[in-house]
Design a protein around this ligand. Structure first.
Ligand code: URA
Length: 272
């Protein structure tokens, strides 16, 4: 019998390592599941006819191979629906297996403005929609003050599956998902890109500067299809929730964005 003290320690340990949600009412012993058993077996030594265990033995895939597979899958999509299907069928990012839902995108796919965040959190994972949790609500509120709503912008993330415990995506995860984001940009084909937070800015623009230095500066982004798109990075709303002192810079960036959008005759919502 486990004492309540021990239980409490175990619960906080689980929380610390990122287990903050119940995804199944009963525990599963993954080691006993057939697929796992077969995958971990060495291939049969017989060279004539591969046994069923040998045929399901998967050799490790290099990062280069993964990235190539992602590029081929992403490039084969000619519509957002096809891109969603390509992501659903993509096995190169293990986050897929811990997430509840694929978080693909939201808003107006014909919009001239596209926003790209980092990765879904718990609320987004549950609802299958980007930026619907606390930080998303803050972002929506701030954007609506400059006339941008999900009727005139489109929004997605670099990573479409929630990293467990909301940890930062790894370089490998970002590399595996990047071809899909790049294709996403070409299929939406916006005139303006707003990169929300440092992870998104780094993934799409590269460079050495962190978000503290790179935010608020308009640059040119050349899409895979060759379109020149104006791009700007802004603070992530989750950062603003932790550091409200940075809201002034965030507002200055939004004012700058509004000015450029008006100059380019982007239709903003009334009241802004
Ligand atoms: N943070 C992100 O970067 N994206 C979301 O969808 C939610 C929170």
């Amino acid at each position: 019998m486990i004492s309540s003290n021990t239980l409490q320690v175990l619960m906080s340990l689980l929380q610390e390592i990122g287990v903050d949600e119940i995804i199944s009412p009963s525990p599963h012993n993954r080691f006993k599941e057939k697929n796992v058993e077969r995958k971990s077996k060495a291939p049969s030594s017989s060279t004539s006819e591969p046994s069923s265990s040998a045929s399901s033995f998967a050799p490790p895939v290099s990062r280069k191979e993964l990235s190539e597979a992602a590029c081929i899958a992403a490039q084969s999509a000619n519509s957002l629906e096809e891109l969603r299907k390509a992501l659903e069928g993509f096995e190169g990012c293990s986050l897929k297996h811990t997430a509840i839902n694929l978080v693909f995108g939201d808003g107006n796919p014909k919009a001239r403005v596209m926003l790209i965040g980092e990765a879904p959190g718990a609320d987004e994972d549950r609802q299958g929609l980007p930026f619907v949790g606390q930080s998303g609500q803050l972002l929506d509120k701030a954007l609506s003050a400059i006339g941008l709503t999900r009727r005139n912008f489109y929004i997605t993330n670099i990573i479409p599956w929630r990293p467990p415990g909301n940890r930062q995506p790894t370089t490998q995860e970002t590399e595996a998902c990047l071809p899909f984001v790049k294709r996403h940009i070409d299929l939406v084909s916006p005139d303006f890109l707003i990169l929300v937070g440092g992870t998104s800015a780094k993934a799409l623009l590269g460079g050495r500067d962190g978000i503290m230095r790179s935010r608020g500066l308009w640059k040119d982004y050349r899409s895979e299809a060759g379109k020149k798109i104006k791009v700007i990075s802004i603070f992530h709303p989750a950062y603003l929730l932790r550091s409200p002192g940075q809201k002034r810079e965030f507002w200055l960036d939004l004012i700058k964005i509004k000015k450029s959008l008006l100059e380019a005759e982007v239709k903003l919502e009334d009241g802004a």
